[in-house]
Write a protein that binds this ligand. Structure first.
Ligand SMILES: Cc1cc2nc3c(=O)[nH]c(=O)nc-3n(C[C@H](O)[C@H](O)[C@H](O)COP(=O)(O)OP(=O)(O)OC[C@H]3O[C@@H](n4cnc5c(N)ncnc54)[C@H](O)[C@@H]3O)c2cc1C
Length: 423
């Protein structure tokens, strides 16, 4: 059986590895000169920055992605973050800004400023919603009804911005609790040694060792069909035939490549409702640790930045010499997409206030929207991996599995796709 994969992002590489390991004759076509899409490294001044991700695997060495990597025989080491996360709060009494400094509270043993009653409420709702997950409205509707302290609202907002690049009002409550239940099941994040590239290079190795081919600088311009079934592609004017086609481009981006899908108005309507999520990443280099641990730091009191990490506490090779690499992330709400420069300016101001007196440099500022977003379909919107065309499947962050944060969702989507193809 012959399989063609369009796009060598994480979703495409995971699918190609799994199929190659299962005896398929696999060819991957990637339009860029390099593989990895939004999940690979960029070298700059000796730092290993990235094309997208913050070098973090949301559920570390035990989540769906780690399981799939293990299943295909990819050699990757993912080190669990410790602590899982902390919350950065200002030390001044009224909690209004960071101008007088800050302190970090490890998430798992925070005591103040949560009141005792709210801590009881959180424990109660966590157990209750595990048994009876809420199923309508947004996560914001839910928490404003059930938790009454400003602190809890701010943490919820920075969690959604950091891990999903969404505002809590855009996240369906059912998806939020699906995510929380996976956090309980698989625990928190980890960092792959070698950063994002550590994962994508190991998948490339699996594909090649199992007889697969990867073509770079190869843009696919058409998906061919016959009698309602996908049967090949056109790349750089040449036709290639296949039994199975997997597109790593998301439903929306695959649609214009395949004329046959235009005959299904219901599918087109569902696809048109998918909305990408947008964000800004700011990379800092520092001669001293600015965080001092390998977990996520949520920043509920920043104006724009939702969170940050310092991955060099796990993998020092991601920065030159003894230096550290710190990455901040902020989501761009839909109504702010027209004022990107202003959003960046406010993010930079947050950094200045948090790190006053520290020795750091801004290495790179990247914004993610339009054709290169944070997620092609925001969490909770995904419409599955099949299409109206038989044997044409969609993988990647435009078709995640429910409850999967970012690349964990990609892994769940690939698993669903493989179930349809291999059984
Ligand atoms: C700022 C930021 C921070 C993030 N942080 C994290 C994080 O820490 N942890 C995490 O889990 N996730 C994170 N994510 C999300 C994660 O990076 C993405 O979800 C993931 O990399 C997307 O992978 P993909 O396979 O869906 O798509 P992509 O990486 O976009 O791959 C698609 C590939 O298809 C190629 N392509 C497109 N059109 C064609 C064509 N016609 N022919 C051939 N090739 C084509 C593209 O060039 C690309 O290489 C982050 C994202 C961003 C932007």
């Amino acid at each position: 059986m012959k399989a063609i994969v369009i796009g060598a992002g994480l979703g495409g590489l995971l699918s190609a590895s799994k199929l190659a390991r299962n005896g398929f004759d696999v060819e991957v076509f990637e339009q860029l000169p390099m593989i990895g899409g939004r999940f690979t490294n960029i070298e700059y001044k000796g730092y290993k920055l990235s094309t997208g991700a913050l070098h973090m695997v949301p559920h570390g060495p035990s989540g769906p992605l780690a399981q799939l990597l293990d299943d295909v025989g990819a050699e990757v080491e993912i080190i669990r973050s410790n602590p899982m996360s902390s919350i950065r709060i200002p030390i001044n009494n009224d909690l209004t800004d960071y101008s007088q400094g800050y302190r970090d509270i490890p998430f798992n043993h925070f005591t103040k400023p949560f009141s005792l009653i709210n801590r009881f409420k959180i424990a109660f709702y966590t157990s209750y919603t595990k048994l009876f997950p809420p199923n309508n409205g947004s996560f914001k509707d839910w928490y404003t009804k059930h938790l009454d302290e400003d602190w809890t609202h701010r943490i919820a907002e920075s969690f959604c911005g950091w891990s999903l690049s969404l505002r809590s009002e855009e996240l369906p409550v059912q998806e939020a609790f699906d995510i929380f239940s996976k956090l309980y099941r698989y625990s928190g994040s980890g960092i792959p040694l070698g950063g994002c590239e550590g994962i994508t290079r190991s998948l490339e190795k699996v594909i090649i060792e199992n007889g697969g081919k990867i073509h770079t600088n190869s843009e696919v311009t058409e998906i061919l069909t016959k009698d309602g079934k996908a049967c090949g592609i056109v790349c750089e004017g040449k036709k290639y035939s296949a039994d199975i086609i997997i597109s790593n481009l998301g439903h929306k981006e695959t649609l214009p490549l395949c004329n046959s899908m235009e005959n299904d108005p219901e599918y087109i309507e569902r696809v048109n409702q998918l909305k990408p999520s947008a964000g800004i990443k700011i990379c800092l280099g520092s001669s001293e640790p600015l965080i001092g641990h390998s977990g996520v730091v949520l920043t509920p009191y920043c104006q724009r930045i939702n969170g940050m990490n310092e991955v060099t506490n796990t993998d020092p090779t991601l920065a030159p010499g003894e230096n550290h690499l710190i990455m901040t992330h902020q989501c761009i709400p839909k109504d702010k997409l027209d004022s990107l420069e202003k959003e960046i300016e406010i993010g930079l101001r947050d950094i200045k206030t948090m790190f006053q007196g520290k020795d750091y440099e801004i290495l790179l500022i990247q914004s993610y929207h339009n054709g290169w977003p944070v997620n092609r379909a925001g969490s909770g919107q995904d419409i599955g991996n099949s299409t109206p065309v038989q044997n044409l499947f969609i993988v990647g962050d435009g078709a995640k599995g429910h409850g999967g944060i970012e690349i964990e969702g990609i892994a769940l989507g690939v698993k669903n796709t493989m179930k349809m193809i291999l059984t």
